[in-house]
Design a protein around this ligand. Sequence first.
Ligand code: PTJ
Length: 243
Amino acid sequence: MIPNDHPRYRSLAVREHLARCAKAGILSLEGLTAHGRGEAFDYLIGERTTESALAAERIAAALLVGARNPVISVNGNTAALAADGIARLQQVSGAAVEVNLFHRSEERIRKITGLLEEQGVRVLKGDAERLLPLSHDRALCLPGGIGSADVVLVPLEDGDRCTALREMGKTVIAIDLNPLSRTAQSASLTIVDEVTRALPVIARFCSELSPGEAAVLASGFSNRDILRAALQEIQERIAHALD
Ligand code: PTJ
């Protein structure tokens, strides 16, 4: 039982929730360690949406609303933390949602799909095929989903799939608290923010942007500049940590 006056109440409650999701077979055990890495980077950005993240979230909305066939790829961590955020983003962006797992089993796919559907997400189903040039199971995806997507949103990605998707000509939007990760460096656009904070902001921009604004934003951004700004914000925070 976590006392709700504990200064780290939210963080502890999220950990407890994720531990329950791991016991229920939704989150992989490895997902717990991935969450810990994310928490460490979240400290470094001040556990808030930074200016550079906000700018990236606006561009992400522009890419999603301007896409022909946008797909949100959901893994165990994203489903456990943000099924409601995925539902809202699907509503406003019209994106399809596909479950894609590193530690893949049919049982986990079924459980994660159930969790998402409870929140109102329409989840793509069908026979996954090995469409990506990868030796692990993230290669498996649906021909009518990630297989034919032009824009793919990948919260908490694991690196090499991001590169594979880009080599297939797709625009990849990553949400990753670690601006130094291979995913962050190889995505078309990286949002350095916590997934539960990022998704509602992207959804809000999806409703607010005019088609003209979206077209301008989607065509003129540099991920290197966005990552540079994110690193700069971390450096400044560290420099002033003891002030
Ligand atoms: O559910 P599965 O089987 O597909 O497995 C999912 C995990 C997360 C285990 C898998 O994709 C993995 O191993 O990911 P990595 O390589 O650990 O990368 C996860 C990245 O997400 C790391 O850079 C973390 O810093 C970051 N991260 C962790 N939690 C969050 C996060 N980014 C945003 N929001 C978070 N809550």
